[in-house]
Design a protein around this ligand. Structure first.
Ligand SMILES: *Cc1c(COP(=O)(O)O)cnc(C)c1O
Length: 377
């Protein structure tokens, strides 16, 4: 059997499906434009657009007017160049001597995170005898990536030499606690960022990602760079806490799985590995074709929920590698074999799934790797 025939057979029977609503992603992008204008909005599409597929998501965003994209890895930038040939692509890992040839070849702009990266990119500019665009990343307190205070002072003192051949198109930093509006670290980082800007050549500035943009106009500068909110996360929901406001974002990812079997069990019977669910009444159990190999966290065992025809039903027992068991006893009628159960979508929200699983929306989305994706315009 040819590989192509195998793919056809798979497409005919989709046990589970991740539906990506491109129109919701572009609507969320436009919402950011409205909320943060006149600042520009770049889209963060690292991690394969947070698991939703950068090859489809980025062109849709470009068609909606997005001309700048951020990725983490060099390889992500190289792949993205084919899908958005005209856009500015920023690579957050930056430039080291080994990545310079590919950065140049694919017209990728590195986010320079250290004096060493600045030196590598400046050297490339001297070799090519043409100015090269660059982003300067200042660490204002996250202590993860970016120029340290000491490096910033050195750079500021030796600008002409260190930035020779470079055209700084953006100075950026990143907030550590932007999902907590009351956290004092936000204002402290804002103040350090302003100090850094005053020390450097004038260039457009960017501080806020999805949550930071909700902290107010002071945080917008010239460019905001949302990621997770474009894909449907509520940017006003602090991690580990309940929603504080109804989400302004549209649901972009819908995960469904088919019911494979339905069975009646007696009071006292158990369900799944380690028999962690025990029926407190005669129960109906539906088994659906999705599991932790698809990226559903095992921590949803006996905790999470699904929805069948819009009605919520709890997960009963352990999440297995390829299967989840649902307690459908409260449905008016047991589901048909082949019925769709929603594990993530309009009824079972992304924030709720993240909370139940004990993680964040980013991890939920980026884990969904085995599930075939379907794109809705
Ligand atoms: C991931 C990332 C973003 C996007 O963050 P969201 O919280 O998904 O909006 C923006 N800037 C940097 C530096 C990042 O690493």
């Amino acid at each position: 059997m040819s590989a192509a025939a195998g793919q056809e057979i798979q497409a005919d029977f989709e046990a589970a499906c991740l539906t990506v609503r491109l129109s919701a992603i572009t609507a969320n992008y436009r919402t950011y434009r409205r909320m943060t204008g006149p600042a520009a909005v770049a889209a963060v599409v690292k991690g394969d657009a947070y698991g939703l597929g950068a090859a489809r998501v980025a062109p849709a965003l470009a068609a909606a007017g997005c001309d700048s994209f951020f990725v983490a890895r060099l390889e992500e930038g190289v792949a993205l160049r084919k899908t958005v040939p005209q856009a500015r692509i920023f690579v957050m890992d930056g430039a080291d001597p080994d990545s310079v040839p590919a950065l140049l070849r694919f017209s990728l702009t590195p986010v320079l995170n250290s004096l060493a990266q600045i030196a590598a990119w400046s050297a490339a500019a001297r070799v090519g005898r043409a100015p090269l665009d660059a982003v300067l990343h200042i660490d204002t307190g996250m202590n993860r990536l970016g120029l340290t205070g000491e490096e910033l002072a050195t750079l500021a003192g030796e600008q002409a030499k260190r930035l020779a051949g470079l055209n700084p198109v953006l100075v950026m930093s990143h907030l550590a606690c932007a999902d907590e509006p009351e956290n004092k670290m936000n204002a402290a980082q804002l103040s350090r960022f302003r100090q850094a800007l005053a020390m450097l050549p004038t260039a457009p500035a960017s501080l806020a990602a999805s949550h930071g943009a909700m902290l107010g106009v002071d945080y917008h500068f010239d460019l905001v760079r949302p990621g997770v909110a474009l894909y449907g996360a509520n940017p006003q929901k602090p991690e580990g806490k309940a929603d504080t406001a109804p989400s302004l974002m549209q649901t972009a990812a819908i995960l469904t799985a088919k019911v494979l079997q339905v069975r009646r069990i007696d009071l006292g019977e158990s369900v799944g590995y380690a028999a962690t669910f025990r029926a407190k009444r005669p129960s109906m159990i539906a088994t659906v074709a999705l599991g932790y190999a698809d990226g559903i966290p095992r921590t949803l065992s006996n905790k999470g929920a699904a929805a069948i025809a819009g009605v919520r039903v709890p997960i009963a027992g352990r999440v297995s590698m390829d299967l989840i068991t649902l307690d459908v006893s409260d449905l008016a009628e047991p589901p048909h074999i082949g019925a769709d159960a929603e594990l993530l979508g309009d009824t079972i929200g992304l924030g709720e799934v993240a909370e139940s699983a004990g993680t964040n929306e980013y991890e939920i989305l980026t884990r969904l790797r085995r599930v075939p994706r379907r794109y809705e315009a």
